[in-house]
Design a protein around this ligand. Structure first.
Ligand code: FAD
Length: 361
């Protein structure tokens, strides 16, 4: 059996998931190369900053909807069967405000807040909440069971699964995508997977200027809400939302947040941090049972991550660059965990097509 050498550039959730999917083929010899690795906290590396949960936002008929549907089934399976992957199930409450309908955050959550959402038969225990169970300022509400992923466990788990399947993982920085094959353990590769997230914007040979940052600021606390909660907007400022996610296995609770397009600032804004905490305790008093006050929150860390937004949505596409095959898989915005397996399987199909065509030559 002929062996195909493959290099995956990127070790975020997308690169590692793609490498894992490819490493299940006995005839693929996979190397992952990346500037940032699980364990790093860096503004150029989105994955550690994510909540992360699965709250479908893809428009009906879109690739994102397809990827979210496929990924949910795998996350649900992993959650039930693989405790060491760092996922747990949580009841999730989604609240919508009418006034957010035509705002940036309202558009982001447009599908999520629908009471007849397309995912009502996909996400377990989906139900429409009676008006009496909504916060007074909200007009719609649903609840369902989702997962919350602890990236500090999940990313090393993905890397570990890759290593178990024979993948080599190395630290390296590329200035041009054509350098990728030289990072393979053998010194050459037939296919490169481009999973570089936000840096696809500046990587030579790619230079995708439709990629831009969607800044997200969070506060990670030790307090436990007992459920995940999200509201479609706030009155505090454009681009601000409220979400609360309790990570699996002692990972703390992520309080968010915001979506600030084209904002590259890596430092937490202390005023925004206060607003995030204030909104969280108002929405979920269970976070602070003794006093009901922000001062009862025990802060682990303030965080800022840049979501790798892309104007045309996630790019999964093959392209010849400098005479070699590149399969792109980047631009996962605020949904890299909830769409990661779906887009990795799509990228896998493209790789299999390339390998099959080469065999015919
Ligand atoms: P990254 O994690 O940024 O990884 C990119 C990789 O490419 C890195 O390893 C980097 O070193 C490497 N790389 C790039 N350029 C080069 C180069 N030139 N040479 C070598 N290596 C290179 N998603 C969800 O699904 N659910 C959530 O609840 C959720 N919450 C979020 C909350 C916040 C605050 C933020 C910021 C994001 C959230 N997301 C969530 C989105 C999710 O984090 C991203 O979609 C995902 O992390 C993108 O993964 P990635 O692998 O494409 O990019």
């Amino acid at each position: 059996m002929a062996v195909t050498n493959i290099v995956v550039v990127g070790a975020g959730v997308v690169g590692l998931t793609t490498a894992l999917v490819l490493s299940r083929h006995d005839n693929f010899n996979v190397t992952v190369v990346a500037k940032h690795m699980p364990g790093d906290y860096d503004i150029e590396y989105a994955s550690p900053w994510a909540g992360a949960n699965s709250m479908p936002v893809g428009k009906p008929g879109s690739n994102l909807q397809k990827f979210e549907t496929a990924t949910w089934k795998e996350l649900d399976r992993i959650c039930r069967e693989v405790p060491e992957a760092g996922l747990h199930c949580q009841e999730t409450f989604i609240y919508g405000r009418k006034k957010d309908e035509n705002t940036a955050t309202g558009d982001w959550f447009k599908e999520l807040v629908k009471e007849d959402a397309w995912f009502r038969d996909l996400m377990p225990n989906f139900r429409v909440l009676p008006r009496s169970e909504l916060p007074p300022y909200c007009t719609t509400g649903t609840a369902f069971t989702s997962v919350c992923i602890n990236p500090a466990i999940h990313l090393p788990w993905l890397a570990g699964q890759c290593l178990k399947n024979g993948v080599t993982i190395i630290r390296g920085t590329l200035t041009h995508i054509s350098q990728a094959p030289s990072f393979h353990t053998t010194g050459h590769a037939a296919v490169t997977l481009n999973c570089t997230g936000l840096l696809a914007r500046t990587l030579g040979g790619v230079l995708d200027t439709t990629v831009y940052p969607g800044r997200g600021q969070t506060v990670l606390v030790r307090n436990t809400p007992g459920a995940m909660l999200t509201v479609s907007g706030t009155d505090d400022g454009a681009g601000e939302v409220t979400y609360i996610m309790q990570r699996a296995a002692g990972g703390g609770t992520v309080l968010g947040g915001c979506m600030q397009p084209d904002n590259w600032d890596s430092q937490p804004d202390p005023n925004l941090a206060l607003r995030i905490m204030q909104r969280a305790v108002e929405l979920c008093p269970a976070l602070v049972p003794k006093t009901g006050k922000v001062t009862e929150l025990s802060v682990i860390r303030h965080g800022v991550g840049l979501r790798p937004m892309r104007k045309g949505g996630i790019r999964v596409e093959k392209e010849r660059i400098g005479g070699a095959w590149v399969v792109h898989n980047y631009g996962h915005a605020g949904y890299g965990y909830q769409s990661g397996f779906g887009s990795a399987w799509e990228a896998e199909k493209l790789v299999l097509g390339i390998v099959k065509d080469k065999a015919k030559l």
